[in-house]
Design a protein around this ligand. Sequence first.
Ligand code: GDP
Length: 206
Amino acid sequence: FTIINASYVATAVNANQYPAGELAEIAFIGRSNVGKSSLINSLCRRNGLARTSGTPGKTQTINYFRLAGKLADDSRLEFMLVDLPGYGYAKRAQTARSTWSKFIEEYWLKSSRLKLVCQLIDLRHPPMESDMNVYRWLIEHGLEVQVVATKADKISKSRIRQHIQVIYKDIDMSNLNPAGSILAYSAVSGLGRDELLDVIRNILLK
Ligand code: GDP
């Protein structure tokens, strides 16, 4: 599955502004600075498509990008990539509820075309309280979640598995989502890119 086209569609701050259409949605979420913009740009192979926030906490918008991919048999598969604002600016531990504003919660609850949430967690460190709360909230609300561990090039290959295990244990994946898995990703080396595109393709074709 290869991406052949990616373009910006719309920005929304409430449900009235969600773009019309029938395209399935794949959403991306993570703490500010986790590498979300870099991952989206590397996935689309277009630098500058998703902009780095620069001033954390300022860009509280939902951004929609239309992506077209090509399958092995040359047929096209289109979907909407949805870039949600980063969470976890506050230093103190938060509940998922207080982690994001009303309109983000509105998106989770009202977006009928949402097929998968890719939750990004920094592979270098154990997950933060906010990461764990967000993961639990998404699973408990019946959403399909793929955890993506970012910046994998920053630790040695031999330690990737070990760091994945820490995330797996801390977010309580064995209890909350036994069928789940964690994908290591690097926007720099491209590690995990093909695997993530396969996950997205499989969800879209399901
Ligand atoms: P966002 O706030 O989640 O959108 O994060 P950005 O994509 O802006 O990335 C935050 C910082 O991490 C930037 O300095 C990026 O260059 C860096 N970064 C993001 N992804 C990677 C990665 O895969 N590898 C490395 N080495 N650095 C990364």
